[in-house]
Unconditional design. Structure first.
Length: 380
């Protein structure tokens, strides 16, 4: 076992840290308050290679490994988890899926601009009546010669109003159940796409989430990713990698909460001494640091297995399960350590809690991660 990072991985982490501190931090409070999408930041992240980090240079990416992706995601999310999720969806869901299953023509048209940050993607699986149980897709794609006509509604789509490319799942053959789901690549502006209003969210408010209606949307058969009927497998495999991204996002929030708590506990005095001298506070900090390190090792382990081309879906689920819990727990404790100041917007810790909660919900809830893990450990 080698726990050291390579020179390249360290350089990527440091670049992401500098970018987060200099380019993201100055506007994060205002963007959260006003629920403003970080257009300029995402453009610059793309120009710096962070929007398609693992995409091969053949298709316009830098070809970094998953460990580097985890390190960058943690640094970005530590400063702003909204930027983290925008980056995560584009990298580990959309770019990954197109690179793995796309034809050369699809990669040329969709992947190159997505990997270089010229375009932004979104991943459309959830529906009003299909969340944890994605096998029951109500969105239908009916074949019409060389085309498909799509009707339905996708719900909760991150990057929904801003994305240029929709990585979208629909039922092409109802009689086959989940084996009759297919994935489509659809461009913004295709007639019949109806964007819902932006959701007014508890956290990750600077990210953009909306529903997407499909009203007789006509797409050519060459816009199917992989084969017809492969959509559910594509969705599940992309979500496995996506969970490493969300675990890293959660890790960033957990680390930020710890750092804020340490700093404040050294400054704040009670009973004539910094509260950091109280054992009750020291024990909280110890627990928070242990959660962060455990979450980090689980996340890096999942990333390492993915890089080694070993099965990693159980490890990714464990990382997401644990890191999201660590994020919520650490944000709560950071607020407690800040006392009344933790409850108001003057300090960042109340945002950490609002941002942390979603990591227990999207890309598979905490309960669904436990379903994935237990299925794996119980199998013969
Ligand atoms: C801000 C935000 C961004 C999102 N971004 C995207 C996106 O970009 N693309 C996308 O496709 N989706 C996205 N989602 C949707 C998200 O993935 C779903 O909300 C999530 O999968 C849960 O589905 P649901 O909301 O329908 O809840 P349900 O599936 O209705 O679950 C309700 C409750 O029941 C529990 N439950 C359900 N089934 C089981 C089970 N078998 N065992 C135990 N407990 C169970 C759940 O854990 C949960 O606690 C986003 C959601 C939000 C809020």
């Amino acid at each position: 076992m080698d726990f050291n990072f390579t020179e390249e991985q360290t350089a990527i982490r440091d670049t992401a840290r500098d970018f987060a501190e200099n380019e993201i931090a100055p506007t994060s409070v205002e963007r959260d308050k006003n629920a403003e999408f970080p257009y300029d930041i995402i453009k610059k992240l793309g120009e710096s290679g962070f929007m398609g980090m693992m995409v091969s240079p053949d298709w316009g990416g830098p070809g970094f490994d998953t460990i580097s992706y985890v390190l960058a995601m943690e640094e970005i999310s530590k400063v702003d988890a909204s930027v983290g999720v925008i980056m995560s969806v584009n990298n580990s869901l959309v770019c990954f899926g197109i690179e793995k299953w796309g034809t050369d023509e699809q990669k040329e048209k969709f992947l190159k601009p997505l990997a270089s940050g010229q375009k932004l993607g979104c991943f459309c699986l959830s529906e009003p009546e299909a969340g944890s149980d994605a096998t029951h897709q109500r969105t239908e794609a009916v074949k019409d010669g060389d085309y498909y006509i799509l009707n339905g509604i996708k719900n909760w789509i991150t990057n929904g109003t801003t994305a240029d490319v929709y990585f979208l799942h629909a039922q092409t053959d109802k009689s086959k159940g989940y084996k009759g789901i297919s994935t489509f690549l659809i461009e913004k502006g295709t007639p019949g796409i109806e964007l819902g209003v932006k959701e007014d969210k508890l956290g990750i408010r600077s990210s953009d989430t909306c529903s997407i209606g499909l009203n007789n949307v006509k797409v050519h058969k060459n816009q199917i990713l992989g084969d017809e009927g492969l959509g559910f497998r594509i969705a599940m495999e992309t979500l496995n990698g996506g969970r490493i991204g969300i675990a890293s996002q959660a890790l960033g929030i957990a680390q930020a909460s710890l750092e804020a708590a340490v700093k404040y506990s050294k400054q704040r005095k009670a009973f004539d001494a910094p509260i950091a001298s109280l054992q009750a506070i020291q024990f909280k900090l110890s627990d928070m640091a242990t959660l962060v390190d455990s979450a980090r090792y689980l996340t890096l382990n999942a990333a390492w297995k993915k890089d080694q081309k070993q099965p990693y879906h159980k490890e990714a689920a464990m990382a997401k399960l644990y890191a999201s819990k660590a994020a919520v727990q650490n944000a709560l404790e950071a607020i407690q350590i800040h006392g009344g100041y933790g409850y108001v917007r003057e300090y960042l810790v109340e945002r950490y809690l609002r941002d942390a909660k979603i990591t227990e919900i999207y890309e598979g809830t905490t309960e669904i991660q436990k379903v994935v893990i237990s299925r794996e450990i119980l199998k013969d």
